[in-house]
Design a protein around this ligand. Structure first.
Ligand code: NAD
Ligand code: ZN
Length: 383
């Protein structure tokens, strides 16, 4: 088992990464959670595989265990109705400030349970047990919790750090294969923004991983690879959020690499494009813009594009379908845009990016017009 320590304003927590960790949940939490009551928050598609193991382990450690299952099993769960019914459950079973919530699931479960824990009695403990690759490398770490309102994603939320994050590779064995691809966009992102060695490793192993995935079965080698990339990705996210817990210094902004362009594609398509694909195209565009500005070498962009392609994330759907002007208007509305100016995270080399606020909307518009209509001569189209 590997461990990562995450320090924050009010203390610290550990991220545990390994295999067969769920049967030890009770042992891990015994000295961490003061009270007896723990509420497992999950969804039945996840709970049917993994909840029994967690419950048994917690009960063996002396906890009184309750369970709440989210009704829909998707983004719809991050709503005020579901939040209200979860708060009610918490009150009905008499959770107090010494109790804990345990989020067993992907980013949806983690975000909603985290927000419920942040707000119930002005904040109780939450333990994150992420069961998707995306949640293990991204959403379970860093303390951002949230829900959607009037179809605006993550508009209501709170910073609330977990008491522990437990990433058990066994949970990924029941994850539908389609869920892996999207998470690879974030993993590749960590390589480009921070960890050149992770990027090198991805270049060596990604093609073989996706060969297994496309055949419909992952093998032991694939799971060993996943364990390493979860560790290295979680470490990048932990290091960045430790240094900028509340998004004040600007460092945390680098996690948004590929997301400013990406969110615009998600919005303009009414969320028909998946987050991973949108971020992948966003990274490719940020790389292309940086290349044209002389900030990023051609070889760096070629490596990035090749890796995104090997992950099946760079299909040419984006070309010609969406108007550049509409995309730029969404980019200006992005909640990370500062006083109307576009903020872009641009790569300098594999392993390092910089945040730039000096690109006008007009400049980005002319860049997008060119890339989205031009069929030759860019790293985007190079085969
Ligand atoms: N808080 C943050 O910092 C942060 C960061 C990134 C994303 N997010 C949020 O995360 C959410 C997306 O998370 P996600 O990609 O994990 O999706 P998800 O939580 O919707 O899970 C994907 C699907 O897989 C199923 N599932 C999960 N684990 C399983 C398992 N082990 N076995 C079988 N089925 C399983 C789920 O029931 C669901 O149907 C979005 O709401 C996004 O806003 C939050
Ligand atoms: Zn993302």
């Amino acid at each position: 088992m590997k461990q990562i320590k995450v320090k924050h304003a009010k203390g610290q927590y550990k991220i545990l990464i390994g295999t067969d960790l769920l049967p030890k949940t009770g042992v891990f939490l015994k000295s961490l959670v003061g009270g007896r009551k723990i509420l497992i928050v999950s969804h039945r598609t996840i709970a049917k595989y993994h909840s029994g193991t967690v419950k048994h382990s917690l009960e063996k450690a002396g906890f009184e265990v309750h369970s709440y299952l989210l009704p829909y099993g998707g983004e719809r769960d991050k709503s005020e109705q579901v939040l209200k019914s979860l708060w009610k459950k918490m009150a009905d079973i008499g959770l107090d400030r010494s109790s804990a919530l345990l989020a067993l699931g992907g980013g949806v479960v983690g975000d909603l349970a985290g927000f419920a824990a942040a707000t119930y009695m002005r904040g109780i403990s939450v333990v994150q047990v992420p069961t998707t690759l995306l949640a293990q490398v991204d959403s379970a770490i860093g303390g951002k919790t949230g829900m959607d309102l009037y179809q605006v994603k993550n508009i209501v939320g709170a910073f609330h750090q977990p008491r522990m994050v437990i990433c058990d590779m066994n949970t990924l064995k029941t994850l539908p294969l389609a869920e892996f691809r999207n998470a690879f966009a974030e993993v590749i992102k960590y390589g480009v923004i921070w960890d050149a060695k992770l990027f090198d490793l991805l270049e060596k192993k990604t093609a073989a991983f996706f060969t297994s995935l496309n055949r419909g079965k992952l093998n032991q080698k694939d799971f060993s690879f996943l364990e390493i990339i979860v560790y290295r990705s979680a470490k990048v996210k932990a290091e960045v959020v430790c240094k900028d817990e509340f998004e004040t210094s600007g460092l945390r902004m680098i996690l948004n690499y590929g997301h400013t362009f990406g969110h615009a594609f998600e919005s303009v398509s009414n969320y028909r494009i998946s987050h991973g694909e949108a971020v992948a195209v966003g990274m490719m565009l940020a790389g292309e813009l940086a290349l044209r500005e002389g900030l990023f070498p051609k070889s760096g962009q070629a490596r990035q594009v090749k890796l995104l392609r090997e992950s099946g994330l760079l299909e040419p759907w984006f070309r010609g379908r969406y108007a550049a002007a509409k995309l730029v208007s969404f980019m200006k509305k992005d909640k990370k845009a500062k006083a109307g100016a576009l903020r872009l995270v641009l790569p300098r080399t594999i392993g390092r990016v910089e945040v730039r606020s000096d690109f006008s909307g007009a400049k980005v518009l002319s860049f997008l017009k060119d890339v989205l209509t031009n069929k030759t001569g860019t790293g985007v189209n190079a085969q």
